[in-house]
Structures are given as structure tokens and as C-alpha cells.
Write a protein that binds this ligand. Structure first.
Ligand SMILES: C[S@@+](CC[C@H](N)C(=O)[O-])C[C@H]1O[C@@H](n2cnc3c(N)ncnc32)[C@H](O)[C@@H]1O
Ligand code: SF4
Length: 435
């Protein structure tokens, strides 16, 4: 459906293709082969920790709540084995970015967190003190011991999920959260000198209004975060069940505009639909890395990896039983099973160009010269008539170097992304049964 005709909130397109387009590979693909022709001089390393202290009502990330320490131990042991095997398959590789995400990585007790960091640094050879290194945390688990550990090991960006500073709103999100702990965590992150603090907030919560969203933003700004993410809620609150999709969309769109304008007025720059960077945010550092062009090695069950032509991960699920089953299967794997990709999707030339188009357009725009250099003999406008369709709807505009989203296009990013997906990927996603 054309992006202006339907909902503005179809799907968060943070990558392409979406994991629901992945399928089991038969037979599994060898990692040595998958990586043999790749440029491994600037890769991203992602470690996924699939555990949280609680399961928030809105979240569909790959994670389970309240794991026993023995389960986390078993996970770490499997991760260490996986990393050794994957490093052997990759051969010489250099990492320009390291991210530890989840779930909630800071749920790991300090000795396990130390082992996780050792996997990145010692087994994989990532230079944590020298390259951009980010970790996701939650307020409850941001203890002085764990934050000190992360900072000492070189973390320079910490992203904390706050969602809302109002108790009624976190309650409505089914995310029990104590305000005093949120404040303490933010104080701690600032006093420990974390260079880039990112705060996640959500809009579209039951009972939220423009005024309460602004209250949360003002609160967040007291800690002068270098970055702020505004996430639209993707689980419809009860009040909107009876009122229909349109009312629910209008509510989120109104809050989005209020939030965006407040941040722009404070000098924040909008980087994408969700991401805002403060005027005091440090300049990007470290080796050049672009997710459109460079590969990613994901470790830990639930992590995604990609080469130019192969995207893979473990299976994905949301229900606690299914997630637990996938984690158990991961920890029970023989070492040899880590040498192959078992589940994913292959990208032919057209899908590779489409991925470049989508990721560029939803970030800082599509550069024509860049596209031609990367795909010789190809023209973006000829390959993708969808671009003209988006221009005609005022969602995209031509620039001197190519195409970029208009303000209308930015606020409709979650409709523009799905609109640009290929028909085969859309069909695979539709067929996917979420467990
Ligand atoms: C990995 S979590 C952040 C760290 C930590 N787990 C926490 O929640 O504090 C990633 C972020 O995704 C956002 N998110 C996840 N599911 C969402 C949904 N259904 N709708 C809107 N935002 C969502 C939340 O803002 C959350 O902070
Ligand atoms: S929002 Fe964060 S803490 Fe809540 S379930 Fe999702 S990953 Fe876990």
C-alpha cells in the first residue's frame, strides 16, 4: 500500500530484510564460505544477551525474564564456545564497532559481564578502548559495579530504557519501574563520565498526553543526554481497541510531532524518525563503518549477522516457552554446529541494491554516485520506480546528491520502509507464523 494511504506505523525497519523473512537453511551454510569473499577490514560486532529482569508488556525483542543464574552461566559458556569457532571460521578480521544489546546485558552479574567483555576483546580481538563501543542497560540493573566495569573496559555509549518518567505510564506499559531507581541510574551514568548517554522514551502510551510526553522529555533533558530516542508504541492500548486504527495512528502522530518539535527547539538534530542528537554530542570517531556496506558478526542466541549476500541468526520467537526452547537448543549445541548458519536469507543482486536503498533513505539519504560506484551499471531511479512514487507523494525529495526523506517522509518512515520491501520478502514475512 502507498505510504500515505495507510497507517504511518506499519513496522520499524531497522534492518532489511526483517527477521520474519528468514527461514531454516537446508543444508546449513558454512560460515567459512559465507565470509571467504568478504572485506573483513571494518566489521561490526554485536553480542546479544537474551535476558531481562522482567518482560515489559509492549516488548517483542528476543529475551526471557528472570533467568536463573545457572541459565546465564550456561549461556555464557555457549557464547564463549561460539566465539572461538566463529573467529576460526572468519580468520583475520577487524572490528570498527562493538554493541552489546538485548534484552538487558546489564542483568548479567559482574563476573559474567566480565566474561562477555573478554569474548569481545580477547576471543574476537575487538579493541574496546579504541572503537565506538555501546551497551544497552535498564535502570534497575545499572548498579555502580556493572557501570564501573563497562566504563573501565571502554564503553563510550550507554543506552538506557526509561520509556516514561511518569509512574502511571510505565504501569500502563506493564513495566514496573521505580522512579527513584531511574534517577539514581541516570545520576550514576553521568557521574561515571559516560561520553554518550542515550535515553529511550516511548510515545502512544495509554493515558499519555502531549503534556505528559513533554514532561518526560523535560525530565530526560535534565541529564543532558547526548542522544534521545523517541519510540512509537507498537502495542495498542485498551482505549484504542474500540476506536480503530485511525484514531490510534493520529494519537501517535500528534505526540511524535510534539516530541520532535520540543527536541528541535532544544537544539537537538533529528537523525532519523526515532533518533535525536544533542548539540553537545561528540563527533563520530573510530574507523569508518556503514551498515549498508560493511558486515556484522552477531554472537549469542538471538543475534543477527550479515555478509553481502547472506543474513542469518538463530530462530526468532516471542512467547516465553518458545524463546526458552531456542536458548536451550543454543546452549546444548556441539561446537561444530557454530561453524554454520542454520537460519536466514540469501540476498541476490536486486535484494542487495534494495537493502542499500532502504537503509540509506531511512538514514542520511541515498547518494547516487555512491550507488553507481557500489553497483556498476545500475541507476537507482531506473531500478526503483518506487522513488518517483515517493517523490510524487512528497515523502522524498531530490537533492544535489540523490534523494532524501522530507519531514513528512521522516515521520512516515515506518510506512516508507515496508513500502520499499520487495514482493518476495513481503510474502515471506506474511507467511511467517510468530511463535
Ligand atoms: C533493548 S531495550 C533497552 C534496554 C533495556 N532492555 C530496557 O528496556 O531498559 C530497547 C528499546 O526498544 C524500545 N521498544 C521495544 N519494544 C517496543 C515496542 N513494542 N514499542 C515501542 N518501543 C519499543 C524501548 O524503548 C526499549 O528501551
Ligand atoms: S523493553 Fe527492555 S527490559 Fe523490557 S522486555 Fe524489552 S528488552 Fe527487556
Amino acid at each position: 500500500m502507498a505510504p500515505l494511504a495507510g497507517s504511518a506505523y506499519v513496522q520499524y525497519q531497522y534492518g532489511y530484510p526483517h527477521k520474519t523473512a528468514y527461514r531454516a537453511f537446508a543444508p546449513p551454510r558454512s560460515l567459512t564460505e559465507a565470509w571467504s569473499q568478504e572485506d573483513k577490514s571494518s566489521l561490526s560486532l554485536y553480542l546479544h544477551v537474551p535476558f531481562c529482569e522482567m518482560r515489559c508488556g509492549f516488548c517483542n525483542l528476543f529475551t526471557v525474564a528472570g533467568p536463573l543464574e545457572a541459565v546465564m552461566e550456561r549461556f555464557l559458556f555457549a557464547l564463549e564456545r561460539e566465539a572461538r569457532v566463529v573467529k576460526g571460521e572468519l580468520g583475520p578480521a577487524s572490528f570498527s564497532r562493538v554493541t552489546i544489546g538485548g534484552g538487558t546485558p546489564s542483568l548479567l552479574p559482574a563476573p559474567l559481564l566480565t566474561r562477555l567483555l573478554d569474548v569481545a576483546e580477547e576471543t574476537m580481538g575487538a579493541r574496546l578502548q579504541e572503537v565506538p563501543f555501546c551497551c544497552e542497560v535498564s535502570p534497575e540493573t545499572s548498579t555502580p559495579e556493572r557501570i564501573a566495569l563497562l566504563v573501565d573496559r571502554g564503553v563510550d555509549r550507554i543506552s538506557i530504557g526509561v520509556q516514561s518518567f511518569l509512574d502511571e505510564e510505565t504501569k500502563a506499559l506493564a513495566r514496573p519501574q521505580k522512579r527513584a531507581l531511574v534517577n539514581a541510574a541516570l545520576d550514576l551514568l553521568r557521574s561515571r563520565g559516560v561520553e554518550t548517554l542515550n535515553i529511550d522514551l516511548i510515545y502512544g502510551i495509554e493515558g499519555q498526553t502531549s503534556a505528559t510526553l513533554l514532561e518526560s522529555i523535560e525530565e530526560a533533558l535534565r541529564w543532558k543526554p547526548e542522544e534521545l530516542y523517541l519510540y512509537p508504541l507498537y502495542v495498542r492500548p485498551k482505549t484504542f481497541l474500540g476506536k480503530g486504527q485511525r484514531a490510534w495512528d493520529d494519537f501517535r502522530l500528534e505526540l511524535y510531532r510534539v516530541g520532535r518539535d520540543a527536541l528541535l527547539a532544544q537544539g537537538y538534530r533529528q537523525v532519523s524518525m526515532r533518533c535525536f542528537r544533542g548539540p553537545h554530542a561528540p563527533a563520530p570517531f573510530g574507523p569508518a563503518y556503514r551498515c549498508q556496506d560493511d558486515g556484522m558478526v552477531g554472537l549469542g542466541v538471538g543475534a543477527r549477522s550479515y555478509t553481502t549476500a547472506l543474513h542469518y541468526s538463530s530462530e526468532w520467537a516471542v512467547s516465553p516457552t518458545a524463546v526458552r526452547g531456542i536458548i536451550d537448543a543454543y546452549t546444548a549445541r556441539e561446537d561444530s554446529a557454530f561453524a554454520s548458519a542454520h537460519h536466514g536469507i540469501e540476498l541476490d543482486g536486486e535484494e542487495q541494491r534494495r537493502r542499500h536503498l532502504i537503509l540509506s533513505l531511512l538514514a542520511d539519504g541515498l547518494d547516487e554516485a555512491d550507488f553507481r560506484a557500489k553497483f556498476p551499471g545500475r541507476e537507482a531511479a531506473r531500478d526503483f520506480p518506487e522513488l518517483e512514487a515517493l517523490v510524487s507523494q512528497a515523502l522524498v525529495r531530490r537533492t544535489a546528491r540523490g534523494w532524501e526523506l522530507t519531514a513528512l517522509g521522516v515521520e512516515r518512515s515506518d510506512a516508507v520502509g515496508p513500502f520499499l520491501q520487495s514482493a518476495p520478502v513481503t510474502a515471506r514475512m506474511r507467511e511467517y507464523a510468530v511463535r
